[in-house]
Design a protein around this ligand. Sequence first.
Ligand SMILES: Cc1ncc(COP(=O)(O)O)c(C=O)c1O
Length: 382
Amino acid sequence: MPRIYLDHNATFPPFPEAVRAMQGWLEGFGNPSSVHWHGRRARAALEEARARVAALCGGRPAEIVLTSGATEANALALRGALDAAGGGDLVISAIEHPSVAATAEWLEGRGVGRTRVGVGREGRVDPAAVAAALGPRTVLVSVMLANHETGVVQPIREIAAAARRAGALVHTDAAQAAGRVPIDAEALGVDLLTLSAHKLGGPPGVGALWVRPGTPLAPLLHGGGQEAGRRAGTENLAGAVGFGAAARVAADLARDGAAVAALRDRLETGLCAAWPGAVVHGRGAARLPNTACLGFPGLDGEAAVMRLDLEGIAASLGSACASGSMRPSPVLLAMGAGEDLARASLRFSLGPRTTRAEIDRTVEVFERCVAPARAPAVMEGA
Ligand SMILES: Cc1ncc(COP(=O)(O)O)c(C=O)c1O
């Protein structure tokens, strides 16, 4: 059975360039901190990878802290900034990934003031609402660059400008935006920016935090002084090299999302025709070119994901982290979707190798295997 992978936001199939680059370092070895030949060779590979990751977000190599993924980078940004400031307040949005939302909650339990700014029906954070949430104790504002479920791109430049005027630092989680749209951390006006390798064609278990020079940030991990004292622990060399290779390919792909956006639109049109009353979450907002998140009133979302899987199509129910938990997506709830529609929503995330034939087959399978399950009341428009 041909397999159609439409879950690139969960994890992105590795680019051959990344796999090839890693292979040598799975067999080879060397501690980048060692002074001998093995160490120097490893250091050179690590620094080349760091430069490529920096180029992906418009930064300089020395501004990149390599981490075990976006989850750690987000934790470093939030906990590191609050710790360095000796406490204070934190402002996040209501649609952050759990790695930000749960870290903020954890910080709140330790005395940090936490404000969650809501979103409009299109899933967009209003910069004026962020500005209104800022206070004299606000240390950090954290709003993602693009949402993992809806693909809605947030007005980070405006949010960052408001936060900086109030003297607060700004963090953005760009794990989903990187490789989908061009990123320039400097131009966005943020102080901290998160990346994840496996969301853009690199291996899982590697990520990075871009840190604007001079940003006060306490480390999460203490020890050997790696990453300029910002993240101790012997570096994941093979992972970093794979990340660097993927970042190079991803930076090129991000410059032209038109083809994937056309396929995404074709998919949305086909699915909406198959299920009258279907809604495209965030349709009116600027979105990543690859992400389609649709609500199908009356659909059993879990059953639909399983039926598609039986036909070889990988889609998801909300985010990977939320699926399986049976809880409706907090992102869709924050957008006012309501519990029933949130549970009846599916996410399809495309990649550079997704073809028109795959999209047409997905629509055909949806029409044949999923749409007939529509409840009669819904079919009559009740
Ligand atoms: C927006 C966002 N941030 C952070 C993460 C966590 O990334 P990682 O798996 O690299 O820890 C994800 C993964 O789903 C994500 O979508």
